[in-house]
Design a protein around this ligand. Structure first.
Ligand code: LLP
Length: 441
């Protein structure tokens, strides 16, 4: 039973200990070490399925694909779960593609993204027969066309459009306003120019438009505005070319709960809202309803993982206003979770190995790296009796945690351990000092 929606479904609490799949935190730490990312496999699979069935439920015959956004977190085992969930995969680099291929992921269910795909990445994608390439620039239109021609192939593409939306999220992860590196602006006419350009190449088949407005978005309205603008352009396309584009991809970005009280954008809420927006825009512009696809990353893997740390040192400081703050250092930090320092992201966390005092103190959970910005949780009230050796669990670290992890200060990156049916297994092992040295000549 989940103790809060920031935790995954197989989390429970027993005698003061956090348990995943019935396995207590102390036992997880003893068997796998800390810090470690623990991945609730059932929760991941259920979320992948929930997005797929909510898309079908809302869009019926007009449902396209759910593409899991690999950038949130991927390894070969997770790519296999995605394949088994009968959904597609969005990859945006040759590296993500390599993982997908190593897992045996079917290329025809992949969609390839990126604002600066290399010639090698484009060639490989076309050669192996990926389903769709999402084309981002005029230069890329020419590149995809010439590579497809030289390989004697035809490639399906979507054009990535920027519908001019200021999504309500952190500046670094909003992607659909005008002044952005991604895609073709609708307002400036760049999108129309791209359409005309595509039509000069018979090796590329334009099947529709793509729009991704940003990440960690908690309201549905911006998706609706984006859909309206993109569909308006699709109607203009129909007027000019005499046929309708079959597909529309509305991207990912569905926000999750990081703190108790956050309201996530659940599939059963956002997809019916998207259907309403798409249906009414299609009516407004007298267009048939296309097949609609989405690309959730965070919303599938984010809530399914938590990070387990061990607490090391503890120090008390007196603040300017006379109040006290405890600095609680854990054995990881900005190398396994850069989101707090990069985006001011907020997390919650608990002492995971025992019942603690009810008396709480203002605390800051920090890592072991050599800078003051190495913060896991900026402000949190934690029990006053925390001691070195206690375990500290941070929920909702599945997306953009391990995938953005670094070796700063030559800290080995943590493993990912999957838990299902009461059994835990390493799916991505912990790095070792040998891994850190393997590139040195
Ligand atoms: N599709 C496209 C084209 C994207 O660029 C992204 C994310 C997604 C789908 C998946 O978005 P999601 O559903 O996971 O929000 N590192 C940042 C997030 C960057 C997202 C980049 N693109 C963070 O930690 O918040």
């Amino acid at each position: 039973m989940a103790i809060d929606k920031v935790w995954s479904s197989q989390i429970s609490h027993r005698a003061g200990e956090l348990c995943l799949g019935g396995i207590a935190a102390r036992s997880l730490a003893t068997n796998f070490g800390t810090p470690t990312f623990f991945l609730d496999e059932q929760d991941f699979r259920d979320r992948a399925r929930a997005w797929k069935s909510a898309l079908v439920g809302a869009f019926g015959d007009h449902s396209g694909n759910v593409y899991y956004a690999a950038k949130a977190f991927i390894c070969t085992e997770v790519a296999r779960w995605v394949a088994q969930s009968r959904i597609g995969l969005d990859v945006c680099t040759g590296g993500e593609l390599a993982v997908a291929l190593a897992a045996g992921f079917p290329p025809e269910r992949m969609q390839v993204h990126g604002n600066n795909k290399s010639m090698a990445e484009i060639s490989q994608a076309i050669e192996i027969g990926v389903g769709v390439i999402v084309v981002d620039s005029l230069i890329e239109i020419a590149r995809v066309a010439s590579i497809a021609k030289s390989l004697g192939k035809s490639q399906k593409i979507l054009l990535r459009l920027t519908p001019g939306i200021e999504a309500h999220t952190h500046e670094s992860i909003a992607t659909a306003h005008e002044d952005v590196k991604f895609g073709f602006s609708i307002a400036s006419g760049a999108a129309w120019e791209a359409i005309l350009k595509v039509c000069t190449h018979k090796e590329i088949e334009l099947i529709g438009f793509h729009s991704h407005i940003g990440s960690q978005i908690l309201a549905t309205d911006a998706f609706g505005v984006a859909a309206d603008r993109v569909i308006e352009l699709a109607a203009k396309f129909r007027d000019e070319f005499g046929y309708e584009l079959a597909e529309l991809d509305l991207g990912g970005g569905f926000g999750i709960a990081y703190l108790p009280g956050d309201v996530p954008l659940l599939p059963e809420i956002v997809l019916p809202a998207l259907w309403t927006a798409v249906e009414s825009a299609c009516q407004k512009y007298r267009l048939g309803i296309p097949k609609v696809s989405i690309e959730p990353g965070r919303a599938i893997v984010g809530p399914a993982m938590f990070t387990l740390y061990e607490i090391g040192t503890i120090k008390k400081v007196i603040l300017e206003n006379g109040a006290e703050r405890n600095y609680i250092s854990v054995d990881g930090g900005m190398s396994d979770n850069i989101r707090t320092s990069l985006y001011g992201a907020q997390y919650t966390g608990i002492i995971a190995n025992r019942n603690c005092s009810d008396e709480l103190a203002l605390s800051r959970v920090v890592g072991k790296h050599c800078e003051t910005g190495d913060i896991v949780i900026r402000d949190i009230y934690l029990p006053v009796d925390v001691v070195p050796g206690d375990l500290f669990a941070v929920p909702a670290t599945g997306a953009y945690g391990r995938s953005m992890a670094s070796n700063y200060n030559h800290v080995p990156r943590p493993p990912v351990v999957a838990v299902i049916d009461g059994k835990a297994r390493v799916i991505l092992r912990r790095e070792t000092p040998a891994d850190l040295l393997r590139l040195d000549m």
